[in-house]
Structure formats: structure tokens, C-alpha cells
Design a protein. Structure first.
Length: 76
């Protein structure tokens, strides 16, 4: 994968060109004063499949019970 780095002002001016690069398989790193701030990559075009991982997440019976006051007060 090819990576292109651009300053934020340049990214704003050339967004359409950057999107074309992304569609071709590149990623774009947006910099602000030499500091990386964001990475743009193509989104997956694969649809999500409901039920792909049954029972992967479970909850307890008290999942939606109110949290104790100590939690909200920051007490340990």
C-alpha cells in the first residue's frame, strides 16, 4: 500500500484528488505542522453479516442495573 502525506491545508484544497488516490489503494496521512493527525483509507465494501459470531458477547443479568454512587463520585 502506498502512503501519501499532506498538510491539512493541502488536503482541504485537493480532497477530490486524495479520494481518487484512496480509491486506487493508497492511504493518506493528514499532517498539521508536521504532526500526523488523521489517516484516510478506503472503506470496506463488504456487507456486514448479522449472526456471524453467535454468543461472542454475553451480558450478566444485572447489565442494566444502576451503577453505585461510588462509581459516579470517583471513589475507589
Amino acid at each position: 500500500m502506498r502512503t501519501t502525506t499532506v498538510e491539512i491545508q493541502e488536503a482541504a484544497e485537493h480532497l477530490r484528488d486524495l479520494l481518487t488516490l484512496i480509491q486506487q489503494g493508497s492511504e493518506v496521512i493528514i499532517m498539521e505542522e508536521g504532526i500526523p493527525r488523521a489517516r484516510l483509507t478506503a472503506m470496506s465494501s463488504q456487507p456486514r453479516i448479522p449472526g456471524l459470531h453467535p454468543n461472542a458477547i454475553t451480558t450478566t443479568a444485572d447489565f442494566d442495573a444502576p451503577l453505585p454512587d461510588d462509581f459516579w463520585l470517583g471513589a475507589t
